[in-house]
Ligand binder design. Structure first.
Ligand code: UDP
Ligand code: MN
Length: 322
C-alpha cells in the first residue's frame, strides 16, 4: 500500500515538473522568437538596419501629435496634403492624427478659432502635442522634425525657410507645441476674422508667457525647396478686407478671448481616408460671432436703404504681394 502511494506521489510530482518546465520553455521561445508579430507595435529597443534618428526617437517617445488644419474651400490642396503628410510622418515614426476643421458658417474665415476647436477635440483623443498646420504648406526636407518638442514651441515654417514670410517674429504656417503650452496661453484669440495678424498676436502670447520659440537649425535647403506652398494668389485670394474698428483692435494683444471663451457647434465629425491611408477627422464647425464685440466677422456693407447704423463697415482692402 505504502509503495502504491509513493508511486502515485512520484507520478504527480513528475507531471507537475513537466508542466513547469514546458511553461518556461514556452516563455523563453517567445522572447527569443524572430518571427514577425506584425500587428504588435515595436516595444523593445532593437535598432534595425537602416533605421534613422527620427525613427528611433519617435518609436520610443509614447507621444501623440494632433495635426490641426484650419480649412475652408481648399479641396485640391487637402487631397495633396493628407497623403503627403501621412507619408512624411510615417518616415519619422510620428504617432499622429489629422484634424481638418471645416468652417461651415457664413462668417469670414477664422483660422485661430478653428485651431482652438481642433485643440479641444485632439485633447479628448489623447494628443499631448499639436501642430498648427496650413493646408497649403508641405514639408519637403525630411530633416524637418515633427517630434515632441524638447522644450518650448518649435516653429517649423521658420522665416529663413518659409517661401513667403521672412520677418523675425513670424510664427505662422506650421507651429508645433505641447498641449500644456497652448493651454497656458489660453490658446489663440477669437477676434481675428479674415486674413492675417492672428499668428502675430499668438507670438505675443508665447513671448509674454516666457516660452522660448526654437526653429530648425542646420537645414541645407532654403526658402524655395524646404516647403511647397500650393497657393495661387489669384485663385485663392486672401480676404484682407478691414471693416468697423477691426484694424485698431486686431493690432493689439487680446487679453479677453481664447480657449476659455470659444463658442461653436460641431455639425458633424466624419472619418475619411484618402488613397487608402489612415483615417482623418473631418469636422464641420459652426463658429459663433458676437457682433457687438467683433462686428467685422461680416464685412459686407449695409445696403443704402437700411437705417443708418452707428457702426459703419468702413470697408477697405489693402493690396498685397505674391
Ligand atoms: N484657409 C482655408 N481657406 C481659406 C483661407 C485660409 O482653408 O479661405 C486656411 C488654409 O489652411 C491656409 C491657411 O488657412 O493654408 C492660411 O491661409 P492662407 O494660405 O491664405 O495664408 P498665407 O499664409 O498663404 O498668407
Ligand atoms: Mn497659403
Amino acid at each position: 500500500m505504502a509503495w502504491r502511494i509513493l508511486t502515485v506521489k512520484f507520478f504527480v510530482l513528475c507531471l507537475f515538473g513537466t508542466l513547469i518546465i514546458s511553461y518556461f520553455l514556452a516563455i523563453s521561445s517567445m522572447v527569443v522568437s524572430d518571427g514577425c508579430n506584425c500587428n504588435d507595435p515595436p516595444t523593445h529597443s532593437k535598432i534595425s538596419e537602416g533605421e534613422n534618428f527620427f525613427e528611433k526617437q519617435a518609436r520610443n517617445s509614447g507621444h501623440k501629435l494632433g495635426i490641426l488644419v484650419p480649412y475652408r474651400d481648399r479641396f485640391e490642396e487637402l487631397m495633396v496634403f493628407i497623403p503627403h503628410m501621412q507619408n512624411f510622418l510615417k518616415k519619422q515614426n510620428i504617432v499622429n492624427h489629422i484634424y481638418v476643421m471645416n468652417q461651415v458658417d457664413s462668417y469670414r474665415f477664422n483660422r485661430a478659432s478653428l485651431i482652438n476647436v481642433g485643440f479641444e477635440l485632439s485633447m479628448i483623443d489623447g494628443c499631448d502635442y499639436i501642430a498648427m498646420h496650413d493646408v497649403d504648406l508641405l514639408p519637403l526636407n525630411s530633416n524637418l522634425s515633427y517630434a515632441f518638442p524638447a522644450d518650448g514651441p518649435v516653429h517649423l515654417a521658420a522665416p529663413h525657410l518659409h517661401p513667403r514670410y521672412h520677418y523675425p517674429t513670424f510664427v505662422g504656417g506650421i507651429l508645433i507645441l505641447k498641449r500644456k503650452h497652448f493651454k497656458q496661453v489660453n490658446g489663440m484669440s477669437n477676434k481675428y476674422w479674415g486674413w492675417g495678424l492672428e499668428d502675430d498676436e499668438f507670438y505675443v502670447r508665447l513671448k509674454e508667457a516666457g516660452l522660448n520659440i526654437t526653429r530648425p537649425q542646420n537645414i541645407s535647403t532654403g526658402t524655395h525647396d524646404t516647403f511647397r506652398h500650393m497657393h495661387d494668389r489669384l485663385r485663392r485670394r486672401r480676404d484682407m478686407a478691414k471693416c468697423y474698428n477691426q484694424r485698431e483692435v486686431t493690432r493689439k494683444r487680446d487679453r479677453q478671448t481664447g480657449l476659455s471663451t470659444l463658442q461653436y457647434s460641431l455639425e458633424s465629425h466624419r472619418k475619411i481616408s484618402v488613397d487608402g491611408g489612415d483615417q482623418v477627422s473631418l469636422l464641420e464647425v459652426r463658429l459663433y460671432c458676437d457682433r457687438t464685440v467683433t462686428p467685422w466677422c461680416e464685412c459686407t456693407p449695409i445696403p443704402k436703404t437700411s437705417e443708418k447704423s452707428t457702426l459703419s463697415p468702413r470697408l477697405s482692402v489693402i493690396s498685397h504681394g505674391s
